[in-house]
Ligand binder design. Structure first.
Ligand SMILES: NS(=O)(=O)c1ccc2c(c1)[C@H]1CCC[C@H]1[C@@H](c1ccccc1Cl)N2
Ligand SMILES: [Zn+2]
Length: 255
């Protein structure tokens, strides 16, 4: 990890955003005392059903069947199990960094977000997305180094969703293969980092990054913000929102 120069966020299709959004896990977070009341997070993804992979004009998204509790996250700061709905990534331009959280001012090349919703308390994702305890987003940092042995399953499919609004089947993918070995985490109450910016997210950010290669990251940058029918082709990069002030929010640390 090197010091990141904060790239300009936003392009014609994703203007600079307001609101609290994601927060910097800054200051001496690494030395935060562990909160003994924070138990381990538990991921039950073994029965997960991935459906498709799509380019939504902001990121690449893998969506899951969330009609029952077949894949959930629970434990840690969560009072209920939360259903896995989708995951997506944020990344920078060549050589610059693209994570939406920083740790002691340092950022990573990319950040993976696994988005879950509280189906115990809310009838739909949309309703949960507007409630303070509606969503739980698991954030995983991507640092650069060797090839990630399973990420190719995503990057090999990216040519199929090059353009905005393109989608293709993507069955049988279990995101457990994208987890680091440790599930130690920081957690705080924040918001979605892109519109509609609802203050509805229990953020759970893993301390240990996964390692992916620059070559693999480069394949994300072959995606386009623009649709197939648009004349100007805008490469999809820097689709991350720089961290926002903590504003006195409490960040807690698992062991
Ligand atoms: N970077 S992030 O994880 O904080 C993030 C930020 C914004 C949004 C999402 C994820 C995703 C989560 C699923 C739906 C989608 C989205 C949305 C779109 C239409 C209607 C509602 C919603 Cl929530 N907006
Ligand atoms: Zn995100």
């Amino acid at each position: 990890m090197e010091k990141r120069t904060v790239p300009l966020y936003g392009t014609k299709t994703s203007p600079l955003l307001r609101g609290t959004g994601s927060l910097p896990l800054t200051s001496s977070l690494r030395r935060l005392p562990c909160d003994p009341n924070l138990g381990p997070i538990v991921l039950n993804y073994d029965q997960c059903t991935s459906l498709n992979i799509t380019n939504n004009g902001h990121s690449v998204v893998v969506e899951f069947d969330d009609t029952d509790d077949r894949s959930v996250i629970q434990g840690g700061p969560l009072g209920n199990p939360y259903r896995l709905k989708q995951f997506h990534f944020h990344w920078g331009g060549k050589g610059c960094h693209g994570s939406e959280h920083t740790v002691e001012g340092m950022s990573y090349a990319s950040e993976l977000h696994l988005v879950h919703w509280n189906a115990v308390k809310y009838k739909s994702f949309g309703q949960a997305a507007e409630a303070p305890d509606g969503l739980a987003v698991l954030g995983i940092f991507l640092d650069t180094g060797d090839d990630h042995r399973w990420l190719h399953m995503i990057t090999d499919a990216l040519y199929m969703v090059k353009f905005k609004a393109s989608v293709t089947d993507f069955k049988g993918f279990n995101p457990k293969c994208l987890l680091p070995s440790s599930l130690h985490y920081w957690t705080y109450l924040g918001s979605l980092t892109t519109p509609p910016l609802h203050e509805s997210v229990i953020w759970i950010v893993l301390k240990e990054p996964i390692i992916v290669s620059e070559k693999q990251l480069g394949k994300f940058r072959t995606l386009l913000f623009s649709g197939e029918e648009e004349d100007q082709r805008m490469r999809m990069e820097n689709n991350f929102r720089p961290p926002q002030p903590l504003k006195g929010r409490e960040v807690r640390s698992s062991n």
